[in-house]
Design a protein around this ligand. Structure first.
Ligand SMILES: Cc1cc2nc3c(=O)[nH]c(=O)nc-3n(C[C@H](O)[C@H](O)[C@H](O)COP(=O)(O)O)c2cc1C
Length: 374
């Protein structure tokens, strides 16, 4: 199966919630981004007015490579939802510390309180030191995904069925009925990863698959793999890709900011993060984990966000977002150096250009579609 060159749904935009300290780069470059609640409430309001559809929170239980302070994701998501009226907030959940019973109940309540604006991102763990610190067993790579898949099947079952029963290796339910269930629409289930286990899980159970930053060709390979497998499973899954945006008046200015971020990288922290991240993925039998091919420069942004190359003028960035869309991407997950002002700038300068390009594509495709329908 190949990706379609044109699809009419507008591409969606999400931003990383800076609910951990240090921003989204492992660099000492000054950042006008704060991890505190007031900054984040205002940011969420700016983002929904700027045309963003989703905000993605992060979960970390310990410091690691910059993130010295970390607010918890579910409670923080609720605070952002209470301060906004349209944007959806995606709460990260880590199986192990969370079990599906508590997660399903917490998220159902937040869904009821917010007219169904909560979603979840089921993450599978990459930092063995974090697991050790909190006394959680560090499972093998593919075992972590087997647990995450049972977690997702349990969540969905609890949210949609009365008398839910499930017999897994990690979780068990017997005639369990959750009341109240979540509001309509049901919370969407996102997941992250790039390894084969991550892709296979997406093709079976997830609504959305998030992957690390990549080129349009690199993303297309993953999209084609996931969509072919999903189709064989009678499932459908949407794809989001990570990117770090540097939008400036000239490409030169944007590239200079990138260079400054990398020049100010904390080499010890980047190397230690790279070691940990690659180690986490190495256990994946095929060696295609999230950070399998990341260079030092790539690792300065936690999820390879420079590789997507949304760095340049608003016109260049809009064109590259359309190229991602042509590769089958449904959502761009974005991080910035100075979140509040850059999210507002992205909404004013980039999103309208993307929408104009999408409208032009739509118009150009219309005669073909009419011919196909005739
Ligand atoms: C967009 C995105 C967001 C993620 N958020 C978190 C998070 O908040 N906390 C966490 O521990 N892991 C997070 N992860 C890590 C993944 O769950 C997974 O452990 C990691 O990507 C390893 O993938 P691999 O199996 O492909 O190597 C995230 C990954 C992606 C791509």
């Amino acid at each position: 199966m190949t990706s379609r060159p044109h699809h009419p749904e507008p591409i969606r935009f999400a931003y990383w919630v800076p609910n951990v300290s240090g921003g989204l780069v492992i660099s000492k470059i000054p950042q006008r981004t704060s991890w505190d609640a007031d900054y984040n409430r205002k940011l969420a309001q700016i983002a929904e007015n700027a045309g963003f559809d989703y905000a993605l929170t992060q979960i970390r239980f310990t410091a690691g490579y910059g993130a010295e302070y970390q607010h918890e994701s579910v409670a923080f998501s609720h605070a952002l939802l209470a301060a906004t009226s349209r944007i959806k907030v995606i709460a990260a959940l880590l199986p192990g510390p969370w079990n599906p019973t508590l997660a399903a109940k917490q998220v159902a309540t937040i869904s009821q309180l917010t007219n169904g604006r909560i979603a979840v991102n089921v993450v599978s763990g990459w930092f063995s030191g974090e697991f050790r610190a909190i006394g959680e067993p560090w499972l093998d790579h593919d075992e972590r995904y087997r647990r995450s898949e049972e977690f997702i099947r349990s969540l969905r079952g609890i949210w949609t069925q009365d008398d839910f029963s499930f017999r897994g290796d990690f979780y068990r339910y017997t005639n369990y009925t959750l009341k109240p269930k979540p509001a309509d629409p049901l919370p969407e289930i996102f997941q992250g990863g790039s390894s084969r286990a991550a892709r296979d899980m997406a093709a079976r159970v997830s609504d959305w698959y998030f992957t690390n930053g990549n080129t349009p060709e690199g993303v297309r390979a993953q999209v084609d793999d996931i969509r072919a497998k999903a189709e064989a499973n009678g499932h459908s899954v949407k794809v989001g890709v990570n990117a770090f945006v540097i939008a400036r008046e000239t490409e030169g200015e944007a590239r200079a900011v990138l260079q400054e971020i990398i020049d100010n990288a904390d080499p010890e922290a980047v190397k230690a993060f790279g070691h940990e991240a690659k180690n986490a993925g190495k256990a994946s039998p095929e060696g295609e984990g999230n950070w399998a091919t990341s260079s030092f420069d790539d690792l300065v942004q936690y999820n390879d966000g420079f590789k997507t190359d949304l760095i340049g003028t608003p016109d260049q960035i809009a064109e590259r977002i359309l190229a991602l869309k042509d590769s089958g991407v449904d959502l761009a997950l974005l991080a910035f150096l100075h979140f509040q002002e850059e999210v507002a700038h992205f909404g004013a300068e980039v999103i309208p250009r993307v929408r104009a390009l999408e409208a032009a594509r739509q118009q150009a495709a219309a005669p073909d579609e009419r011919a196909a329908a005739a």
